[in-house]
Design a protein around this ligand. Structure first.
Ligand SMILES: [Zn+2]
Length: 324
C-alpha cells in the first residue's frame, strides 16, 4: 500500500523549539514506510506587504531586531515575530477558541496550501486538501490536548507544564503527531477509549497519565483489531515500531536521533523540561562538558600547588595525610 503523506503545519509557536521539533518529526520518515511527514510554517504564506504599514507590528519587529537577537538569539526572535504575524493574520489564534468544528482553522490551512502550492488542483483548490496536523501554542478549550475533524487535526503545547518532564515536550508532541496521523490519514473514525492502556487510542482525561502512554507507546488489542481492517500486518508493525520510540536511540550513540538533537539543537531529551532548552540547562551543559571540567580540575591543581609552595605547613599536613 502507498505511503500516506501527512503535513505538519506550525502555527503561532513563539516559544516552542520549532527547529528541534521539525527534526524529530522528519526523522520518522527514515524509520518506517507507513507515513511520509512533511513540515510547513504558516508564516511563510502570509502576505507581508499587508502588514508593512502596521506601525505597532513594525515597531515590535524593530525592537526584536535590536534586543531580541542579542538576548535570545536569532531563532527565538524570529519565532516571536513569525507567531505575531500568524496572530495578526488570524486573530482567533489569540484566544482559547474552542476551535469548534475547526472551521476557522480549516480556512487557515486551505489558504496556506493555496498560496504555497503551484498546483491548486492537487492542494487547496479542492475541498479536503492534504491530511494536516497543526501544532500550536494556542490552547484548545476544555483543557484538551488535541482535536480532530476528518483529515484536519490540531495539537497544542499550551497544556505542557515543566513538572510533566521527563519525557520531554518533543516526545509528547511526537506521540500526538503519530496518533493524530492515524486519524487524519488512515482511519478518521478511529475512536478513543476512556481507560488508559498506554495506547495511542487513549483518551487520557488526566494529562499525567499521558506520560505513561509516551513512555510505553503501545497498540492495544482493541485498537489493533480496528486498524487491522485497513492496514496489513507489515504496516501494523511499522506503526508499532514508530510509536515505541526505540528508534530515537541513545544519547551517547553518535548519529542517533537523540544524539543529533543534543549535538545540533542543544535539546537533551532526558533533561530539557520546557518548550525549549532554558538558559540554565544550556549553561549547565557547557559547565559539565569534558573540556570545561578538565580546565576546572587543572586550575584547582595549580591552586593547590601554589598554596603548598606558599604555605609549607599545608605541604607537611598533606604529607602526614598521605602517610596516614
Ligand atoms: Zn487502544
Amino acid at each position: 500500500m502507498a505511503t500516506r503523506k501527512v503535513r505538519i503545519l506550525f502555527v503561532n509557536c513563539p516559544t516552542l523549539d520549532v527547529d528541534a521539533c521539525t527534526y524529530i518529526i522528519l526523522a520518522q520518515n527514515a524509520v518506517q514506510n507507513l507515513f511520509e511527514f512533511e513540515v510547513c510554517h504558516h508564516w511563510a504564506s502570509i502576505d507581508l506587504d499587508k502588514y508593512k504599514n502596521d506601525r505597532s507590528l513594525a515597531e515590535f519587529w524593530s525592537r526584536q531586531m535590536i534586543f531580541g537577537h542579542r538576548l535570545w538569539g536569532a531563532n527565538r526572535a524570529d519565532r516571536i515575530h513569525a507567531a505575531s504575524l500568524d496572530r495578526k493574520a488570524y486573530p482567533f489564534l489569540n484566544n482559547e477558541t474552542g476551535y469548534g468544528d475547526l472551521h476557522e482553522l480549516r480556512q487557515l490551512v486551505l489558504t496556506h496550501e493555496r498560496k504555497l502550492s503551484r498546483n491548486t488542483e492537487d492542494y487547496g483548490g479542492k475541498q479536503g486538501a492534504l491530511p494536516t496536523i497543526v501544532i500550536t501554542e494556542t490552547p484548545v478549550s476544555g483543557v484538551y490536548i488535541a482535536r480532530t475533524v476528518d483529515n484536519l487535526a490540531v495539537v497544542t503545547v499550551s497544556i505542557w507544564q515543566k513538572y510533566l518532564a521527563p519525557p520531554s515536550v518533543l516526545e509528547f508532541l511526537l506521540l500526538n503527531v503519530e496518533r493524530l496521523a492515524v486519524r487524519v490519514a488512515i482511519k478518521p473514525d478511529m475512536p478513543t477509549h476512556y481507560p488508559t492502556r498506554a495506547c495511542i487510542g487513549d483518551f487520557t482525561p488526566c494529562v499525567v497519565d499521558f506520560k505513561a502512554t509516551i513512555l510505553v507507546g503501545h497498540l492495544c488489542s482493541e485498537c489493533t483489531g480496528l486498524l487491522s481492517t485497513v492496514l496489513n500486518e507489515h504496516e501494523l508493525n511499522d506503526l508499532r515500531h514508530l510509536v515505541s520510540h526505540k528508534w530515537l536511540g541513545k544519547l551517547d550513540d553518535l548519529g542517533s536521533v537523540a544524539s543529533n538533537l543534543k549535538r545540533v539543537y542543544e535539546y537533551d531529551l532526558s533533561r530539557t523540561r520546557g518548550l525549549r532548552p532554558s538558559l540554565v540547562e544550556r549553561a549547565t551543559d557547557i559547565l559539565w562538558s569534558s573540556e570545561v571540567l578538565r580546565l576546572i580540575c587543572s586550575l584547582l591543581g595549580l591552586l593547590l600547588l601554589w598554596a603548598a609552595a606558599k604555605h609549607p605547613l599545608l605541604w607537611i599536613l598533606g604529607k602526614i595525610h598521605i602517610h596516614y
